[in-house]
Design a protein around this ligand. Structure first.
Ligand SMILES: Nc1ncnc2c1ncn2[C@@H]1O[C@H](COP(=O)(O)OP(=O)(O)O)[C@@H](O)[C@H]1O
Ligand SMILES: [Mg+2]
Length: 435
């Protein structure tokens, strides 16, 4: 585990008001936010976390919980009262203003909720504004602007003026501007909160795609739980200036640290958060394509199942087979299992949200196969598991046949009889090595 830390926040406090240092001293001694209120407003209290390079780290909390204050300490816009903020190895509280400006130009960009475009400049000039400040030549500025405008879905809009763009498009320009600086870290404070829901969803999806392409480190602030759950690799939940929990969306949904978080997450749309990979179960009925029909039939008989998942030697998913079809192959002494393989439901990728699985699951009598990036079978999702995940009740599918509501398996004796009847003319070597 040698993960790179892009941003490290240790015991950060930010108090606004008359006597911030004294307020911090008392907070450290155990006083509450209310008890120090005469000295100032404690907006951030003892925040500590590391953001890994390439991660989307979400800070979520109700309005007034201290999110904006916290994110502004990360680029020195609002220096903390106490604690340290380390950006790419540099403790920004110890450097000069000039050096801090460089950090902002070269390491960290910020996107705000209400992003003010300059009305008399073209979209491209707006996007490339940071480069202009840095003194980059015009030709290069425009080339880079063109590139980032394409990334945010505004290809060809560079010559237009802001007034010609919709609100959603203007927010994209804000994102383009932050990307244009080519910093490794992006800070986004409620960057999508002013957009209407459909455009917002689109922007969320685009941000995830961009992140995957560019590998940026993103600190994203939102008061919207569904947005936090959709975007965050990890989420920090803030309340009254304090971080009350840091965890993956799954962690926070399934193990809320306290009642506050539990209430917060109560009405989250679980189907968008939980993925196929987080609810899948081990696949039991797995047969090897090269093992042949007899082998597959024996496996299904032994597991008392009417269907099985077919993989190759590298466990690449091939399809499913039904016992009746395989039995016909065995009876007709066909050597190749591929003749019985069906490509019905799935496979689905492990990162697919549950919301996208319902259609498939409803149509499919057998569990949905789940594959990894290389197409290897990593698990299955029986329908009951899908339903259990939604209700958040533990599923104990050990008691449930692996192929639920699928046709009943062919009786064991009948399979055995067929295998025996046909065994004389088949070499037994083909029967070894199931799975
Ligand atoms: N510049 C400031 N001066 C005084 N108080 C501030 C200032 N900025 C924020 N606050 C206070 O700090 C608290 C946290 O605010 P903020 O960080 O904006 O929360 P959020 O972004 O979660 O809505 C609030 O009580 C707010 O009134
Ligand atoms: Mg805010």
């Amino acid at each position: 585990m040698n993960e790179q830390i892009a941003l490290s926040v240790q015991n950060v406090y930010k108090v606004f008001g008359k006597r911030p240092a004294e307020a911090v001293k008392r907070l450290k001694a155990g006083k509450t936010r209310e008890e120090v209120s005469a000295l100032g407003t404690a907006a951030v209290i003892d925040a500590s976390f590391d953001v890994r390079a390439g991660e989307i780290f979400v800070v979520m909390g109700l309005s007034g919980s201290g999110k904006s204050t916290l994110i502004r300490t990360l680029n020195g816009l609002q220096p903390q009262t106490a604690g340290s903020v380390v950006v790419g190895g540099t403790d920004i509280s110890t450097i000069s203003d000039g050096e801090l400006r460089k950090v902002r130009q070269q390491k960290i960009s910020m996107v705000f909720q209400h992003f003010a475009l300059m009305p008399h400049r073209t979209v491209a000039d707006n996007a490339a504004y940071a480069l202009e400040v840095q003194g980059v030549a015009k030709a290069e500025r425009l080339a880079r602007a063109e590139k980032v405008l394409k990334l945010v879905g505004l290809e060809g809009w560079g010559d237009k003026f802001p007034a010609e763009l919709s609100g959603g498009m203007q927010q994209r320009v804000g994102l383009a501007r932050a990307l244009c600086a080519e910093t490794d870290i992006l800070l986004m404070d409620e960057a999508f909160s002013a957009l209407d829901p459909l455009i917002r969803r689109e922007m969320q999806e685009q941000l995830v795609a961009l992140q995957a392409d560019l590998g940026k480190t993103i600190v994203f602030i939102t008061h919207d739980l569904n947005e936090a759950m959709f975007l965050g690799d990890r989420i920090a939940v803030m309340r009254d200036g304090r971080i009350v929990q840091i965890g993956t969306p799954d962690d926070i949904l399934t193990h809320p640290a306290n009642d506050y978080v539990a209430q917060f997450v109560q009405d989250v749309d679980r189907t968008r958060v939980l993925t196929a990979g987080s609810v899948m179960e081990p696949a039991r009925a797995v047969v090897n394509l090269s093992g042949g029909p007899r082998n597959a039939l024996r496996t299904m008989r032994d597991l008392q199942t009417s269907a099985a998942f077919v993989v190759d030697r590298r466990r690449t998913f091939f399809g499913t087979v039904r016992d009746r079809d395989v039995m016909h192959l065995v009876e007709s002494r066909a050597p190749d299992l591929a003749a019985a393989v069906r490509n019905g439901n799935g496979p689905v990728r492990a990162e697919t949200p549950l919301s996208e699985l319902f259609g498939l699951a409803v149509e499919s009598p057998i569990p949905l196969p789940v594959v990894d990036d290389e197409g290897r079978l990593v698990g299955v999702i029986p329908r009951v598991t899908l339903l259990a995940a939604l209700g958040n009740v533990p599923s104990s599918t050990t008691d449930i046949p692996i192929v639920e509501s699928a046709p009943a398996p062919i009786p064991e004796q009948e399979v055995t009889r067929t295998l025996n009847k046909t065994s004389m003319d088949v070499t037994t070597s083909a029967e070894g090595g199931t799975r």
